[in-house]
Design a protein around this ligand. Structure first.
Ligand code: NDP
Length: 337
């Protein structure tokens, strides 16, 4: 009974047929679940929220169980008609080598394999769809709009900046090191970028980069940054906020979030601040692929990843997100096939 097994990998190995050192993993008889071999795991900031002692979102990790998260996997066996042995999929899996997932779980079949498979944890996975839906559907950009992106070199931010440029916007990003600022300007094509750690006065910096104000703020950070951005928005500006009143990584470890004091500017400047969650947009995934795939092929969009290897290095990679150690999308490689 897999529900009674704490460590599925160990259980499968226990019940597997060992032939000359190889292990055959088998689906339980009559199961309509899917047995996966995990190839890449995605390190995502939201996972920190699921470790909170206070249940303020819909899910909490259970101690001593593998983390649940996004990943790219190969189907080893399937009791579900939509998946067959050998299929490559991305979706929700667990931080373990092999996972048994219920057929009700969302898994997207990977059809395009001419790109790195790890891209399905980033540009072609949940963060990519987040950037796309957040920028186009919530931000409603127009040519000439002035766009500001915080945590701009990360999994989501680097794409928002490139989508903004492809739409004819002026875009400035902030990030936490000189190398990241160089990436923003020289690799992702942001019009300008700055290291927020070296700006003692963010208000002055934003006034310098946006003398006429900001039309769209893509909110990744929250807290004081959001407070100062509010002062610099243009009339009828849009603030895209996502997951848990956020994308607010600076607030994730706090039991008491920092107060935002300038909310009156929502009225003064008639700003629309709208939260969204990426899973509301899963049905748009095919449309997103149609938009992004040709641009990757033609080199009009590039993507930077930071790949750590081995499950044992997962915790450090995940924690590194909150110290800004990742340069680009943080991925964990478990197996190449
Ligand atoms: P990133 O790849 O950008 O990694 C996180 C980055 O955040 C770090 O590299 C660091 O960059 C920056 N950071 C960390 N701590 C702080 C801090 N205290 N203050 C300012 N910056 C900080 O992550 P993602 O692109 O995957 O995610 C960005 C945000 O979007 C997160 O808040 C995430 O939870 C949210 N998100 C929401 C989704 C939704 O459905 N609503 C979906 C996907 C993401 P630096 O060195 O520049 O400081």
């Amino acid at each position: 009974n897999y529900k009674e097994e704490h460590d599925l990998s160990a259980a499968l190995k226990r019940h597997g047929n060992i032939v000359e050192g190889t292990i055959t993993l088998k689906l339980p008889e009559g199961s309509n679940d899917v047995l996966l071999k995990n190839l890449y795991l995605s390190c995502d900031p939201y996972m920190r929220k699921f470790m909170s002692e206070i249940l303020d979102w819909f899910f909490q990790y259970a101690p001593a169980s593998p983390l649940t998260g996004f990943g790219v996997s190969k189907v080893l066996e399937s009791g579900h008609p939509d998946y067959k042995k050998g299929d490559l999929v991305w979706g929700t899996t667990k931080w373990e080598e092999y996972s048994l997932v219920p057929s009700s779980q969302i898994l997207f079949k990977i059809e395009h394999t001419h790109v790195p498979l790890s891209y399905y944890t980033g540009i072609l996975g949940m963060p990519g769809l987040t950037a796309y839906a957040g920028f186009f559907e919530v931000g409603l950009p127009k040519e000439g709009d002035k766009v500001y992106v915080s945590a701009a070199s990360g999994a989501v931010g680097q794409l928002v900046g490139q989508f903004a440029k492809l739409t004819g916007c002026y875009v400035v990003g902030s990030a936490g090191s000189k190398d990241k600022v160089d990436l923003l300007k020289n690799k992702f094509g942001f019009d300008d970028a700055f290291n927020y750690k070296e700006e003692p006065d963010l208000n002055a910096a934003l006034k310098r980069y946006f003398p006429e104000g900001i039309d769209i703020y893509f909110e990744n950070v929250g807290g004081k940054t959001l407070d100062v951005v509010l002062l610099n928005m243009r009339i009828h500006g849009r603030i895209v906020v996502y997951w848990y009143a956020c994308g607010m990584i600076s607030q994730y470890g706090r039991t008491q979030p920092e107060g935002v004091t300038n909310l009156s500017y929502l009225i003064i400047k008639r700003i629309r601040m709208q939260g969204f969650a990426v899973f509301d947009y899963y049905l748009k995934y095919p449309m997103f692929l149609e938009y992004v795939m040709p641009k990757i092929k033609e080199g009009k969009i590039v993507y930077v990843e930071d790949i750590a290897e081995g499950l044992e290095n997962g915790p450090a990679a995940l924690v590194g997100l909150f110290k800004g150690l990742n340069v680009g999308k943080q991925v964990l490689l478990l197996a190449r096939e």
